[in-house]
Design a protein around this ligand. Structure first.
Ligand code: PBG
Length: 320
C-alpha cells in the first residue's frame, strides 16, 4: 500500500523530509522612527511595536542585533509635512539621520529605506496631488531626489512603495548616474489597495486625508495584472520583487516565484500582525504557533525574504 505516514512517524523523520525551513536570515524588521526627543510610543493596534525617536532607539537595535536579525526597513515620521513631502529629501531629515545613526553604530545591519511620501505629505497620499489624484510623472522627479538623499546618507538598499509607474527606471537611472551602481532596489512591485494596512497608517501617521489609494495601488481582485506589474519592474531593473500584503496573496507570491528568477519578498503587513496579536490576547488562538505557521506559509509560497513585525518574536522561537 502507498503509505505517506511512514515518514511522519518520528520527530527526526519529519525533520529529515521537511521541505521548507524558516531561518532568522529570512527576516527584515520594520522600524518606525519619529522626529523629536524622548519618544517611545507603543502603537495601540500593533502590540509590541513602537515608534522611537533616535535617542531612544539603541535598546531596540541592540535586541535586533543580538537576535541575529540582519536587516531593517526604515520608515520616517517627520514633524514637518507639506503638499509635496519635501522633507523626504532633506539631508538632515529624520530618515537621513536615522540611516547615519544606524550605519555608524550598527554597521552589520543592512539598512533598507521605504521610499514614499505618504508619511511626509499633509494630504497623506504617496506623491504630488494634481486634479484630486496623485500625478505620476512629477512624483517620479521627487522620488529621485528622495532616493539620492537616502543613499548619500548611507542606505544599503531602497524600497519604493508608492506604486507610481516608471519608478524603478527612474530610481535605477538616478542611482547609476550618481555612482550608486551597486545599490539594490527592492520593488514593492505588487502592492494591493488593502484594508490590511490599517494599523500601519496609525503607526506611520500616513492615512490619506481624502479618497483612497485605488488609483495607484492594485485591485485585490487581479492576478494577471500582478505579473504585468512585476514584469515591468523586472525589466526596469528591480533586484528584488515584493508582494504585499502576504497572507491573503500567497497565490500571487507563488505566481511570481514561478515566473521570475529574482528573489521574491513578502510583506507580512500590519493588519496580519494585529489580527493574530488580538486573537492571541483573548486566548482564542495559540499566537506563537500561528505566527510561525504564517511565516512558514509565506516561505513555502515562494518568498525568500519576509518583512515582518514578528521578526524579533520569531527569531526568539527559532533560537529555542
Ligand atoms: C507606504 C506604505 C504602507 C505600508 C508600507 N509602506 C501603507 C500604505 O500603502 O498605505 C504598509 C505596511 C503595513 O501595513 O504593515 N509608505
Amino acid at each position: 500500500m502507498n503509505r505517506t505516514r511512514r515518514l511522519r512517524k518520528t520527530h527526526s523523520l519529519r525533520n529529515l523530509v521537511r521541505e521548507t525551513k524558516l531561518q532568522v536570515e529570512d527576516f527584515i524588521y520594520p522600524l518606525f522612527i519619529e522626529e523629536g526627543k524622548n519618544i517611545e510610543t507603543e502603537i495601540v493596534s500593533m502590540p509590541g511595536i513602537k515608534r522611537f525617536s533616535l535617542d531612544r532607539i539603541s535598546k531596540e537595535l541592540d535586541e535586533v542585533v543580538a537576535l541575529d536579525i540582519q536587516a531593517v526597513l526604515l520608515f520616517g515620521i517627520p514633524t514637518h509635512k507639506d503638499a509635496e513631502g519635501t522633507e523626504t529629501w532633506n539631508e538632515k531629515g529624520i530618515m537621513q539621520e536615522a540611516i547615519r545613526f544606524i550605519k555608524k553604530n550598527y554597521p552589520s545591519l543592512t539598512v533598507i529605506t521605504d521610499v514614499c511620501f505618504c508619511e511626509y505629505t499633509n494630504h497623506g497620499h504617496c506623491g504630488i496631488i494634481f486634479d484630486n489624484d496623485v500625478d505620476n510623472d512629477s512624483t517620479l522627479t521627487n522620488i529621485q531626489k528622495q532616493v539620492l538623499s537616502h543613499v548619500k546618507a548611507g542606505a544599503d538598499m531602497v524600497a519604493p512603495s508608492g506604486m507610481m509607474d516608471g519608478t524603478i527606471e527612474a530610481i535605477r537611472s538616478v542611482l547609476d548616474e550618481n555612482n550608486f551602481v551597486n545599490t539594490p532596489i527592492m520593488a514593492y512591485s505588487v502592492k494591493y489597495a488593502s484594508a490590511f494596512y490599517g494599523p500601519f497608517r496609525d503607526a506611520a501617521d500616513s492615512a490619506p486625508a481624502f479618497g483612497d489609494r485605488r488609483t495607484y495601488q492594485m485591485d485585490p481582485a487581479n492576478r494577471n495584472e500582478a505579473l504585468v506589474e512585476a514584469t515591468y519592474d523586472d525589466m526596469e531593473g528591480a533586484d528584488i520583487l515584493m508582494v504585499k500584503p502576504a497572507l491573503s496573496y500567497l497565490d500571487i507570491i507563488r505566481d511570481l516565484k514561478n515566473s521570475f528568477d529574482k528573489p521574491i519578498a513578502a510583506y507580512n503587513v500590519s493588519g496580519e500582525y494585529a489580527m493574530v496579536k488580538a486573537a492571541a490576547a483573548k486566548g482564542w488562538i495559540d499566537g506563537e504557533r500561528i505566527m510561525m505557521e504564517s511565516l512558514l506559509s509565506m516561505k513555502r509560497a515562494g518568498a525568500s525574504l519576509i518583512i515582518t513585525y514578528w521578526a524579533k518574536d520569531a527569531a526568539r522561537v527559532l533560537k529555542k
